[in-house]
Design a protein around this ligand. Structure first.
Ligand code: CUA
Length: 334
């Protein structure tokens, strides 16, 4: 009896030490969404259960190794024990209750994380190799960074232009795959002002690891100010416009593969591209004029620049005006 009492005390002390040891590792970044609060609450409960179960197994094991080890002169065999029905029922029923309880809490926290706020703001998210585009239908604004007002639920309606990507902001805790051919929804309520990073969490090709973009959570007033800035940014003159071309190129992720400073990322740099001689993979040389650049955007595999692999660039759909804007921008990078 004294040994059991001692074991119970050791198990409890070990549980507490293991739990606080795990907590001190600081496993999670900031808790920046309402959904994160529920998820972290459940995770903490599981940490407690894990610490206790770990101690329940390891402490009696170590205790037996030390206290019941063979004494000098002890030659005989230990006592033979043939099962114990009462014990077996106990160690089946108690874990069953715990697992059912965790399943209930898991379903409850999932329901809480998916709770619908009818006032939520819609943002249409487009994922593509290798970047993100955000469209705010309420304001007619398109950006490559995700700006969100604090304390308001946002409904992300997500689509992929090519392969499977995954929306993941560690501080929001939620993660959602984006599958081509369908719209996937995710609801987030940011509760903490700050700068975070959206990362693609599904291996999606050469530049998967660079498929990041800033997520900026600002106050409601700052958000509306930012929207006005975005609307004012877009030049509305009709002809080809280099500034607008840069915005379009940025929104469509062109800079994930094409630098403007001469460095080689995935594709050829745009620095000094316009009007230059370009050697193709078949050995011929062409001049990078309007016609060549337009073809390279709309049909990337029609010609391949020497030294670059084919099929690396996805096909883009742009209007003639948008392509003229992009070319106008490329002309300015000399
Ligand atoms: Cu997109 Cu990984």
């Amino acid at each position: 009896m004294r040994q059991i009492a001692l074991l119970v005390v050791l198990i409890l002390v070990s549980s507490v030490l293991v739990y606080f040891g795990l907590v001190s590792l600081d496993l999670f970044p900031a808790e920046a969404s309402a959904q994160a609060e529920t998820i972290d609450w459940l995770f903490n409960l599981e940490l407690i259960a894990i610490s206790f179960l770990f101690s329940l197994i390891i402490v009696p094991l170590v205790y037996s190794l030390v206290v019941f080890r063979r004494k000098p002169g002890e030659e005989g065999e230990g006592e033979h024990i043939e099962g114990n029905t009462k014990l077996e029922i106990i160690w089946t029923v108690i874990p069953l209750i715990i697992v059912l309880g965790l399943a209930y809490l898991g379903a409850w926290s999932l329901g809480d994380a998916l709770r619908v706020d009818p006032e939520s703001m819609v943002v249409e998210v487009t994922a593509f190799q290798w970047g993100w585009k955000f469209y705010y239908p309420e304001f007619g604004v398109t950006t490559s960074e995700l700006y969100l007002p604090v304390d308001q639920q946002v409904l992300l309606e997500m689509e992929s232009r090519d392969v499977i990507h995954s929306f993941w902001v560690p501080e929001f805790r939620l993660k959602q795959d984006i599958v081509p051919g369908q719209t996937t929804e995710l609801r987030v309520t940011p509760i903490e002002l700050g700068d975070y990073t959206l990362r693609c969490a599904e291996l999606c090709g050469t530049s998967h690891s660079y498929m990041n973009t800033p997520v900026i959570v600002v106050s409601g007033v700052d958000f509306l100010g930012w929207v006005d800035e975005q609307i004012a940014l877009i030049p509305d003159d009709p002809g080809p416009n280099a500034d607008r071309g840069e915005i379009i190129a940025n929104q469509n992720g062109c800079f994930a593969c094409h630098s403007v400073d001469g460095s080689v990322i995935v594709g050829p740099t745009w620095l000094g591209l316009f009007g230059s001689d370009v050697e193709l993979s078949d050995g011929s040389v062409v001049i990078a004029d309007e016609e060549f650049i337009k073809e390279s955007i709309l049909e990337p595999n029609a010609t391949i620049v020497a030294g670059y692999p084919p099929n690396a660039m996805p096909q883009y759909i742009f209007s003639d005006e948008e392509i003229a804007d992009i070319i106008e921008f490329i002309k300015t990078i000399q």
